[in-house]
Design a protein around this ligand. Structure first.
Ligand code: PLP
Length: 421
């Protein structure tokens, strides 16, 4: 380990960036060459029969991945756009929504609901574990008048690497026969962590193109249950571009204005790639990569987990060793691992070294985790050598940055990958 802190300002800005840039943020993700090639296409009339074939295929493919036979709408717009579309179509101003508020993304979605005039109730818990199912169950059981019209859950909280169990949330609703809609943000889980929409009774699933689908940013999608679609005809919120009703009626859907044909060319290839590998194999690959990344972190931190809780206002105590943010073993994310640094060490300095010296982009800590944590995204177009390259380079950057750790993360990741091969 270097005796003194490295002088970051003297580090040349990626002086010789030979080879591929290693992008390991949890989204956007790597875009496969064949998806990039598919985007390279001359203009096509969006009203042509030729485009209708592609449009229909993409629509059907995404319905298969969502495991739904209900409704699907695609939009040109990122995940935030789909967030807004879900809220304005499902709720009228003043109606109450219950948000499981346990991370940067959940909290931002809640803020958006507030800005749109909804009465937002935040169910908070330790960001390291997510909201307990029992807390949701108790809150719904107490709502005898059915004032809560929607339960908003971020499936995979990309800021923390904690996964909320959606099937159990459905059961929590059913237990008290609660009629609220169940809305899931699956932006960093769709296509990488299983989420069978119909089987789990999720009313609205929001996802985007640039994470598990390995596509460029700019497209988002929403799976919509018959119940949610019916509700959208009764709500009074003014809607224009995002009005589900104006998109429905034409098969597979109408786009207000020009259809983003090139984004469809890319998605067509993304869906093909996922199905060629096999969707179950894709899910299993993410499971293996998540486990291998966590094995590396466990080795670096010597297996220490501090019982320190984290919330919007910060940390309840001292973090003494490098460790995963998620402390709930049944909620570990297979698409992103958030790693806490021991107190007194700067995660952004570590990220700068990884990026400037070694051409490896790691995700930043979000909200109260900024500077305290970094994230390794392990979703999308990845294989073992890429993941091991990122883990090895992170280990090298930890040493350069003088962050206390035990070497051997790479060996642990290799062992984990081989064990599960
Ligand atoms: C990335 C992400 C978003 C935001 O998606 P954008 O396409 O950037 O708007 C929202 N929620 C989660 C869980 C995410 O991972």
């Amino acid at each position: 380990m270097p005796a003194t802190k490295p002088n970051l300002l003297n580090t040349p800005a990626r002086a010789a960036p030979r080879g591929r840039h290693f992008f390991f943020g949890p989204g956007p993700t790597n875009i496969p060459d064949s998806v990039l090639s598919a985007l390279h296409h001359t203009t096509m009339d969006f009203n042509s029969a030729e485009f209708a074939v592609i449009h229909n295929r993409v629509h059907a493919g995404i319905m298969r991945l969502l495991r739904t036979e209900q409704n699907l709408l695609l939009y040109s717009g990122n995940g935030h756009a789909a967030w807004e579309a879900a809220l304005v179509n499902c709720f009228s101003p003043g109606e109450t929504v219950l948000v499981l508020d346990c991370g940067h993304f959940a909290s931002n979605w809640a803020d958006m609901a507030f800005d749109l005039g909804l009465n937002v109730e935040r169910l908070k818990a330790d960001w390291r574990t997510g909201v307990p199912v029992a807390a949701v169950e108790a809150r719904l059981a107490a709502d005898k008048q059915g004032e809560i019209k929607g339960v908003m859950v971020v499936h995979n909280e990309t800021a923390t690497g904690v996964v909320h169990p959606l099937a159990e949330m459905r059961r929590a609703l059913d237990k008290s026969d609660h009629k609220a809609l169940l809305l899931a943000d699956a932006i960093s889980s769709f296509g990488s962590i299983d989420l069978p929409m119909d089987a789990w009774g999720i009313d609205v699933v929001v996802a985007g193109s640039q994470k598990g689908l390995m596509m460029v940013t700019g497209m988002s999608l929403t799976g919509i249950s018959a119940k949610a679609l019916a509700r959208s005809t009764t709500v009074t919120t003014p809607r224009g571009y995002w009005n589900w009703q104006q998109m429905m009626g034409v098969k597979p859907q109408r786009f207000p204005g020009t259809s983003p044909v090139h984004l469809f060319f890319g998605l067509h290839e993304s869906v093909r790639l996922i199905e060629a590998e096999g969707f179950d194999a894709v899910l299993a690959r993410h499971h293996r990569f998540g486990a291998a990344t966590r094995a590396a972190v466990l080795a670096w931190g010597g297996g220490v987990t501090s019982a320190v809780s984290v919330g919007p206002s910060g940390f309840s105590g001292k973090i003494t060793a490098l460790q995963t943010m998620c402390t709930n073993p049944s909620r570990l994310s297979n698409t992103v691992t958030t790693i806490l640094l021991p107190d007194g060490h700067d995660a952004n300095a570590l990220r700068t070294i990884a990026d400037q010296r070694y051409n490896l982009a790691l995700g930043s800590g979000l909200g109260p985790l900024n500077g305290r944590a970094f994230r390794i995204g392990h979703l999308g177009d990845l294989n073992e050598p890429m993941l091991l390259g990122a883990i090895a380079t992170t280990e090298m950057a930890l040493a350069d940055a003088g962050v206390p750790h035990t070497a051997g993360g790479v060996q642990a990741a290799i062992a984990s990958l081989r064990e599960q091969a």
